[in-house]
Design a protein around this ligand. Structure first.
Ligand SMILES: *Cc1c(COP(=O)(O)O)cnc(C)c1O
Length: 410
Protein backbone atom coordinates (compact mmCIF):
# COMPACT_ATOMS: atom_id res chain seq x y z
CA UNK A 1 0.00 0.00 0.00
CA UNK A 2 1.21 3.44 -0.92
CA UNK A 3 1.91 5.74 2.01
CA UNK A 4 -0.83 8.36 1.72
CA UNK A 5 -0.53 12.08 2.41
CA UNK A 6 -2.36 13.43 5.48
CA UNK A 7 -4.91 15.31 3.32
CA UNK A 8 -5.87 12.01 1.67
CA UNK A 9 -6.49 10.39 5.05
CA UNK A 10 -8.44 13.15 6.83
CA UNK A 11 -11.83 11.82 5.69
CA UNK A 12 -11.38 8.26 6.93
CA UNK A 13 -8.30 7.57 9.06
CA UNK A 14 -8.93 5.73 12.31
CA UNK A 15 -12.66 5.20 11.72
CA UNK A 16 -14.42 2.04 10.49
CA UNK A 17 -18.02 2.40 9.20
CA UNK A 18 -18.89 -1.06 10.53
CA UNK A 19 -18.53 0.35 14.05
CA UNK A 20 -21.54 2.61 13.41
CA UNK A 21 -24.21 0.96 11.22
CA UNK A 22 -22.14 1.69 8.11
CA UNK A 23 -22.24 5.45 8.60
CA UNK A 24 -19.62 6.92 6.27
CA UNK A 25 -18.80 9.59 8.84
CA UNK A 26 -17.92 9.12 12.48
CA UNK A 27 -21.07 10.00 14.45
CA UNK A 28 -21.05 12.25 17.52
CA UNK A 29 -20.67 9.96 20.51
CA UNK A 30 -22.67 12.19 22.83
CA UNK A 31 -22.30 9.92 25.84
CA UNK A 32 -20.60 10.22 29.20
CA UNK A 33 -19.96 6.53 29.81
CA UNK A 34 -19.47 3.25 27.88
CA UNK A 35 -20.83 -0.23 28.58
CA UNK A 36 -18.28 -3.02 29.18
CA UNK A 37 -18.92 -6.44 27.63
CA UNK A 38 -17.91 -8.10 30.91
CA UNK A 39 -16.49 -7.26 34.31
CA UNK A 40 -13.13 -8.68 33.22
CA UNK A 41 -13.05 -6.32 30.24
CA UNK A 42 -13.79 -3.34 32.54
CA UNK A 43 -10.90 -4.38 34.78
CA UNK A 44 -8.53 -4.64 31.80
CA UNK A 45 -9.56 -1.24 30.43
CA UNK A 46 -8.86 0.41 33.78
CA UNK A 47 -5.47 -1.28 34.13
CA UNK A 48 -4.38 0.44 30.91
CA UNK A 49 -6.12 3.75 31.58
CA UNK A 50 -4.51 4.11 35.01
CA UNK A 51 -1.11 2.86 33.88
CA UNK A 52 -1.11 -0.25 36.09
CA UNK A 53 0.40 -2.33 33.28
CA UNK A 54 1.81 -1.77 29.78
CA UNK A 55 -0.44 -2.34 26.77
CA UNK A 56 0.20 -5.76 25.19
CA UNK A 57 1.09 -5.57 21.46
CA UNK A 58 -1.94 -4.50 19.41
CA UNK A 59 -4.12 -3.86 22.46
CA UNK A 60 -6.29 -0.76 22.03
CA UNK A 61 -7.26 1.42 24.98
CA UNK A 62 -10.86 0.51 25.79
CA UNK A 63 -13.66 3.05 26.02
CA UNK A 64 -14.53 3.78 29.65
CA UNK A 65 -15.78 7.30 30.38
CA UNK A 66 -15.66 10.47 28.25
CA UNK A 67 -13.26 12.32 30.55
CA UNK A 68 -10.71 9.58 29.81
CA UNK A 69 -11.50 8.97 26.15
CA UNK A 70 -14.26 9.15 23.56
CA UNK A 71 -14.21 8.04 19.89
CA UNK A 72 -14.62 11.62 18.63
CA UNK A 73 -11.47 12.64 20.50
CA UNK A 74 -9.49 9.51 19.89
CA UNK A 75 -10.01 9.47 16.12
CA UNK A 76 -9.36 13.22 15.93
CA UNK A 77 -6.13 12.77 17.89
CA UNK A 78 -4.97 10.00 15.55
CA UNK A 79 -5.64 12.24 12.55
CA UNK A 80 -3.79 15.17 14.08
CA UNK A 81 -0.64 13.08 14.63
CA UNK A 82 -0.37 12.58 10.85
CA UNK A 83 0.42 16.23 10.07
CA UNK A 84 3.18 16.67 12.64
CA UNK A 85 4.57 13.13 12.56
CA UNK A 86 3.89 12.67 16.29
CA UNK A 87 3.45 9.41 18.21
CA UNK A 88 0.46 10.74 20.11
CA UNK A 89 -1.84 13.70 20.50
CA UNK A 90 -4.15 14.90 23.29
CA UNK A 91 -6.96 17.35 22.55
CA UNK A 92 -8.05 19.97 25.09
CA UNK A 93 -10.98 22.29 25.59
CA UNK A 94 -8.83 25.32 24.68
CA UNK A 95 -5.34 26.25 23.57
CA UNK A 96 -4.76 27.73 27.02
CA UNK A 97 -5.71 24.48 28.74
CA UNK A 98 -3.26 22.58 26.48
CA UNK A 99 -0.49 25.09 27.29
CA UNK A 100 -1.16 25.36 31.03
CA UNK A 101 -1.38 21.57 31.39
CA UNK A 102 2.05 21.16 29.75
CA UNK A 103 3.60 23.86 31.94
CA UNK A 104 2.12 22.36 35.12
CA UNK A 105 3.18 18.83 34.22
CA UNK A 106 6.82 19.60 33.41
CA UNK A 107 7.63 22.31 35.99
CA UNK A 108 7.95 22.03 39.78
CA UNK A 109 8.48 24.61 42.54
CA UNK A 110 12.03 25.96 42.31
CA UNK A 111 12.21 25.38 38.53
CA UNK A 112 12.49 28.01 35.82
CA UNK A 113 11.66 28.16 32.13
CA UNK A 114 13.08 30.15 29.26
CA UNK A 115 10.35 31.55 27.01
CA UNK A 116 10.41 33.48 23.75
CA UNK A 117 9.13 37.08 23.79
CA UNK A 118 6.50 37.96 22.74
CA UNK A 119 4.29 34.95 23.49
CA UNK A 120 0.51 34.84 23.26
CA UNK A 121 -1.06 37.12 25.92
CA UNK A 122 -2.71 34.27 27.84
CA UNK A 123 0.55 32.31 27.91
CA UNK A 124 2.42 35.42 29.05
CA UNK A 125 -0.09 35.87 31.87
CA UNK A 126 0.18 32.23 32.93
CA UNK A 127 3.99 32.36 32.98
CA UNK A 128 4.33 35.74 34.68
CA UNK A 129 1.28 35.90 36.96
CA UNK A 130 0.25 32.31 37.76
CA UNK A 131 3.47 30.24 37.80
CA UNK A 132 5.31 32.59 40.24
CA UNK A 133 2.65 31.67 42.83
CA UNK A 134 4.09 28.13 42.62
CA UNK A 135 7.70 29.39 42.87
CA UNK A 136 8.29 28.88 39.16
CA UNK A 137 10.15 31.63 37.33
CA UNK A 138 9.82 32.61 33.66
CA UNK A 139 12.83 34.16 31.91
CA UNK A 140 12.06 35.80 28.55
CA UNK A 141 14.41 35.91 25.55
CA UNK A 142 14.12 37.69 22.20
CA UNK A 143 15.04 36.48 18.74
CA UNK A 144 18.13 38.71 18.58
CA UNK A 145 19.83 36.69 21.35
CA UNK A 146 22.44 34.07 20.48
CA UNK A 147 23.33 30.77 22.15
CA UNK A 148 25.74 32.31 24.66
CA UNK A 149 23.24 35.00 25.71
CA UNK A 150 20.68 32.27 26.42
CA UNK A 151 23.23 30.33 28.46
CA UNK A 152 23.94 33.51 30.43
CA UNK A 153 20.22 34.02 31.08
CA UNK A 154 19.99 30.46 32.37
CA UNK A 155 22.92 30.79 34.78
CA UNK A 156 22.08 29.92 38.37
CA UNK A 157 18.53 28.80 37.45
CA UNK A 158 17.06 25.34 37.29
CA UNK A 159 15.77 25.57 33.71
CA UNK A 160 13.47 22.65 32.87
CA UNK A 161 11.67 23.91 29.77
CA UNK A 162 12.32 26.13 26.79
CA UNK A 163 8.98 27.42 25.52
CA UNK A 164 8.97 28.97 22.05
CA UNK A 165 6.35 30.60 19.87
CA UNK A 166 7.60 30.96 16.32
CA UNK A 167 6.73 32.89 14.20
CA UNK A 168 5.94 35.35 16.98
CA UNK A 169 2.61 37.09 16.99
CA UNK A 170 2.06 39.83 15.66
CA UNK A 171 5.36 40.66 13.93
CA UNK A 172 6.27 37.28 12.41
CA UNK A 173 9.68 37.33 14.16
CA UNK A 174 11.31 33.89 13.80
CA UNK A 175 13.08 31.98 16.57
CA UNK A 176 15.76 29.45 15.68
CA UNK A 177 14.62 26.03 16.91
CA UNK A 178 18.04 24.46 16.29
CA UNK A 179 19.51 27.02 18.68
CA UNK A 180 16.82 26.25 21.29
CA UNK A 181 17.58 22.53 20.97
CA UNK A 182 21.31 23.17 21.46
CA UNK A 183 20.71 25.27 24.55
CA UNK A 184 18.29 22.65 25.96
CA UNK A 185 20.89 19.91 25.41
CA UNK A 186 23.61 21.98 27.09
CA UNK A 187 21.35 22.63 30.11
CA UNK A 188 20.15 19.00 30.37
CA UNK A 189 21.53 16.52 32.88
CA UNK A 190 20.67 12.79 32.93
CA UNK A 191 18.30 13.36 35.89
CA UNK A 192 16.93 16.66 34.61
CA UNK A 193 16.26 16.71 30.89
CA UNK A 194 15.31 20.13 29.49
CA UNK A 195 12.39 19.89 27.04
CA UNK A 196 11.67 22.19 24.13
CA UNK A 197 7.97 23.06 23.70
CA UNK A 198 6.80 24.92 20.58
CA UNK A 199 3.50 26.74 20.17
CA UNK A 200 2.87 26.02 16.48
CA UNK A 201 -0.52 27.76 16.22
CA UNK A 202 0.64 30.35 13.68
CA UNK A 203 1.96 27.92 11.06
CA UNK A 204 0.78 24.49 11.91
CA UNK A 205 0.01 21.87 11.31
CA UNK A 206 0.70 22.44 7.63
CA UNK A 207 3.70 24.74 7.22
CA UNK A 208 5.99 23.99 10.17
CA UNK A 209 6.73 20.69 11.92
CA UNK A 210 8.68 21.46 15.11
CA UNK A 211 8.96 17.81 16.21
CA UNK A 212 11.11 17.25 13.11
CA UNK A 213 13.21 20.31 14.03
CA UNK A 214 14.22 19.19 17.51
CA UNK A 215 11.17 20.06 19.65
CA UNK A 216 9.91 17.58 22.27
CA UNK A 217 6.30 18.78 22.35
CA UNK A 218 4.09 20.86 20.09
CA UNK A 219 1.08 22.79 21.40
CA UNK A 220 -1.78 24.34 19.45
CA UNK A 221 -4.70 26.59 19.85
CA UNK A 222 -6.96 24.45 17.62
CA UNK A 223 -9.35 27.41 17.75
CA UNK A 224 -7.25 28.92 14.94
CA UNK A 225 -6.25 27.15 11.67
CA UNK A 226 -7.15 23.63 12.79
CA UNK A 227 -10.74 24.63 13.65
CA UNK A 228 -10.60 27.31 11.00
CA UNK A 229 -14.19 28.60 11.10
CA UNK A 230 -14.30 30.85 14.22
CA UNK A 231 -16.94 28.57 15.73
CA UNK A 232 -15.15 26.65 18.50
CA UNK A 233 -12.42 26.81 21.16
CA UNK A 234 -9.97 23.91 21.47
CA UNK A 235 -6.32 23.00 21.91
CA UNK A 236 -3.92 20.13 21.28
CA UNK A 237 -0.56 18.78 22.46
CA UNK A 238 1.57 16.39 20.39
CA UNK A 239 4.80 14.50 21.00
CA UNK A 240 6.39 11.16 21.72
CA UNK A 241 4.54 8.61 23.85
CA UNK A 242 6.80 8.87 26.90
CA UNK A 243 5.91 12.56 27.36
CA UNK A 244 2.33 12.30 26.10
CA UNK A 245 1.44 9.72 28.78
CA UNK A 246 2.23 12.41 31.35
CA UNK A 247 0.22 15.09 29.52
CA UNK A 248 -2.76 12.80 29.04
CA UNK A 249 -2.72 11.69 32.67
CA UNK A 250 -2.77 15.25 34.01
CA UNK A 251 -5.58 16.03 31.53
CA UNK A 252 -7.61 13.14 32.95
CA UNK A 253 -7.38 14.59 36.45
CA UNK A 254 -7.76 18.26 35.53
CA UNK A 255 -10.69 17.17 33.37
CA UNK A 256 -9.91 19.70 30.65
CA UNK A 257 -10.35 17.45 27.60
CA UNK A 258 -12.54 18.63 24.72
CA UNK A 259 -16.07 17.23 24.47
CA UNK A 260 -17.36 14.96 21.68
CA UNK A 261 -19.14 17.76 19.81
CA UNK A 262 -15.94 19.81 19.60
CA UNK A 263 -14.07 16.67 18.54
CA UNK A 264 -16.57 16.06 15.76
CA UNK A 265 -16.41 19.67 14.53
CA UNK A 266 -12.61 19.49 14.46
CA UNK A 267 -12.67 16.28 12.40
CA UNK A 268 -14.90 18.06 9.93
CA UNK A 269 -12.48 20.99 9.87
CA UNK A 270 -9.49 18.74 9.24
CA UNK A 271 -10.98 17.53 5.95
CA UNK A 272 -10.50 20.98 4.43
CA UNK A 273 -7.41 22.04 6.39
CA UNK A 274 -4.99 21.91 3.49
CA UNK A 275 -7.24 23.58 0.90
CA UNK A 276 -8.19 26.32 3.35
CA UNK A 277 -4.65 27.08 4.46
CA UNK A 278 -3.29 26.91 0.91
CA UNK A 279 -5.87 29.42 -0.29
CA UNK A 280 -5.26 31.65 2.73
CA UNK A 281 -1.51 31.70 2.05
CA UNK A 282 -2.04 32.55 -1.62
CA UNK A 283 -4.36 35.41 -0.69
CA UNK A 284 -1.92 36.66 1.96
CA UNK A 285 0.86 36.95 -0.59
CA UNK A 286 -1.34 39.11 -2.84
CA UNK A 287 -2.42 41.30 0.10
CA UNK A 288 1.15 41.71 1.38
CA UNK A 289 2.40 42.73 -2.07
CA UNK A 290 -0.39 45.30 -2.35
CA UNK A 291 0.44 46.75 1.08
CA UNK A 292 4.17 46.95 0.31
CA UNK A 293 3.51 49.41 -2.48
CA UNK A 294 0.94 51.55 -0.68
CA UNK A 295 1.99 55.13 0.20
CA UNK A 296 0.16 55.09 3.56
CA UNK A 297 1.99 51.96 4.72
CA UNK A 298 5.50 52.35 6.14
CA UNK A 299 6.34 48.72 6.87
CA UNK A 300 4.90 45.26 6.13
CA UNK A 301 5.64 42.25 8.37
CA UNK A 302 5.27 39.29 6.04
CA UNK A 303 7.59 36.29 5.87
CA UNK A 304 7.42 36.15 2.09
CA UNK A 305 9.20 39.54 1.95
CA UNK A 306 12.34 38.48 3.86
CA UNK A 307 15.50 39.45 1.96
CA UNK A 308 18.08 36.74 1.32
CA UNK A 309 20.76 38.61 3.32
CA UNK A 310 18.48 38.83 6.39
CA UNK A 311 19.55 36.32 9.10
CA UNK A 312 15.82 35.58 9.53
CA UNK A 313 15.72 34.28 5.94
CA UNK A 314 18.07 31.42 6.83
CA UNK A 315 15.72 30.34 9.67
CA UNK A 316 12.69 30.74 7.41
CA UNK A 317 14.19 28.40 4.81
CA UNK A 318 15.07 25.81 7.44
CA UNK A 319 11.87 25.82 9.46
CA UNK A 320 8.96 26.79 7.25
CA UNK A 321 7.53 25.55 3.98
CA UNK A 322 5.37 28.64 3.38
CA UNK A 323 5.17 32.32 4.34
CA UNK A 324 1.79 31.76 6.00
CA UNK A 325 -1.36 33.85 6.01
CA UNK A 326 -0.67 36.41 8.76
CA UNK A 327 0.27 39.88 7.58
CA UNK A 328 0.91 42.87 9.85
CA UNK A 329 1.75 46.41 8.76
CA UNK A 330 2.46 49.90 10.08
CA UNK A 331 0.03 52.56 8.94
CA UNK A 332 1.52 56.04 8.74
CA UNK A 333 -0.13 58.27 11.39
CA UNK A 334 -0.26 56.41 14.72
CA UNK A 335 -3.24 55.08 16.62
CA UNK A 336 -5.75 57.47 15.02
CA UNK A 337 -4.78 56.36 11.55
CA UNK A 338 -4.83 52.69 12.53
CA UNK A 339 -8.30 53.08 14.05
CA UNK A 340 -9.63 54.94 10.99
CA UNK A 341 -8.37 52.07 8.86
CA UNK A 342 -9.96 49.42 11.10
CA UNK A 343 -13.28 51.28 11.36
CA UNK A 344 -13.34 51.76 7.59
CA UNK A 345 -13.14 48.05 6.71
CA UNK A 346 -16.26 46.60 5.10
CA UNK A 347 -15.41 42.95 4.37
CA UNK A 348 -12.72 42.22 6.99
CA UNK A 349 -14.18 41.72 10.46
CA UNK A 350 -12.72 43.81 13.29
CA UNK A 351 -11.98 40.98 15.73
CA UNK A 352 -9.11 39.20 17.46
CA UNK A 353 -8.29 35.54 16.76
CA UNK A 354 -6.84 34.24 13.51
CA UNK A 355 -6.67 31.40 11.03
CA UNK A 356 -10.33 31.37 10.10
CA UNK A 357 -12.04 31.27 6.71
CA UNK A 358 -13.04 34.92 7.08
CA UNK A 359 -10.43 37.67 7.14
CA UNK A 360 -9.95 39.46 10.47
CA UNK A 361 -8.19 42.69 11.44
CA UNK A 362 -7.14 44.04 14.85
CA UNK A 363 -4.86 46.54 16.63
CA UNK A 364 -2.28 44.59 18.74
CA UNK A 365 -1.09 47.54 20.90
CA UNK A 366 -4.58 48.15 22.33
CA UNK A 367 -6.12 44.70 21.90
CA UNK A 368 -4.25 41.35 21.86
CA UNK A 369 -1.01 42.81 23.24
CA UNK A 370 -2.32 45.61 25.47
CA UNK A 371 -1.24 43.63 28.54
CA UNK A 372 2.37 43.32 27.33
CA UNK A 373 4.86 45.46 29.23
CA UNK A 374 5.30 48.80 27.39
CA UNK A 375 9.07 48.47 27.11
CA UNK A 376 8.73 44.93 25.74
CA UNK A 377 6.20 46.22 23.23
CA UNK A 378 8.63 48.85 21.98
CA UNK A 379 11.49 46.35 21.85
CA UNK A 380 9.58 43.89 19.66
CA UNK A 381 7.99 46.43 17.34
CA UNK A 382 4.38 46.51 18.53
CA UNK A 383 3.76 50.20 17.85
CA UNK A 384 0.56 52.27 17.81
CA UNK A 385 0.74 52.11 14.00
CA UNK A 386 0.65 48.36 13.80
CA UNK A 387 -2.38 46.52 12.37
CA UNK A 388 -2.58 42.73 12.22
CA UNK A 389 -4.48 40.92 9.48
CA UNK A 390 -5.46 37.27 9.42
CA UNK A 391 -6.20 36.46 5.80
CA UNK A 392 -9.13 34.19 4.94
CA UNK A 393 -10.38 32.35 1.87
CA UNK A 394 -12.32 35.19 0.20
CA UNK A 395 -11.60 36.30 -3.38
CA UNK A 396 -8.29 38.19 -3.10
CA UNK A 397 -9.43 41.12 -5.27
CA UNK A 398 -12.24 41.76 -2.78
CA UNK A 399 -9.78 41.77 0.13
CA UNK A 400 -7.49 44.20 -1.67
CA UNK A 401 -10.45 46.42 -2.58
CA UNK A 402 -11.48 46.52 1.10
CA UNK A 403 -7.97 47.37 2.35
CA UNK A 404 -7.57 49.98 -0.34
CA UNK A 405 -10.86 51.77 0.42
CA UNK A 406 -10.15 51.66 4.20
CA UNK A 407 -6.65 53.11 3.67
CA UNK A 408 -8.26 55.92 1.65
CA UNK A 409 -10.07 56.93 4.84
CA UNK A 410 -6.86 57.17 6.91
C1 LIG B 1 -5.20 31.86 20.49
C2 LIG B 1 -3.85 31.41 20.86
C3 LIG B 1 -3.62 30.69 22.05
C4 LIG B 1 -4.72 30.39 23.06
O1 LIG B 1 -5.65 29.51 22.55
P1 LIG B 1 -7.20 29.45 23.01
O2 LIG B 1 -7.74 28.40 22.12
O3 LIG B 1 -7.78 30.80 22.80
O4 LIG B 1 -7.20 29.07 24.45
C5 LIG B 1 -2.32 30.27 22.31
N1 LIG B 1 -1.30 30.54 21.46
C6 LIG B 1 -1.49 31.23 20.33
C7 LIG B 1 -0.33 31.51 19.44
C8 LIG B 1 -2.76 31.70 19.99
O5 LIG B 1 -2.92 32.40 18.86
Amino acid sequence: MRSLAPESLMMSYGYHPEWSEGAVKCPIFQTSTFVFKSAREGKEFFEIAYGKREKSPGEQPGLIYSRLNNPDLQILEERLTLWDGADECAVFESGMSAISTVLLEFLRPGDALLYSKPVYGGTDHFINKVLPQYQIQGVGFTNFMDEESLMTLAEGKKIRLIYVETPANPTNALFDLQLCRKVADRLSTPENPVYVVVDNTYMGPLWQHPLKLGADLVVYSATKYIGGHSDLIAGAVLGRSELMVRVRTLRTFLGNMAGPWTGWLLMRSLETLKVRMTQQAQNAEKVANFLRNHPKVSKVYYLGHLEENDPQYEIFKRQLSCAGAMVSFDVIGGEDAAFRFLDGLKLFKLAVSLGSTESLAEHPATMTHSDVDEQDRAEIGISENLVRLSIGVEYFEDLIWDISQALDQV
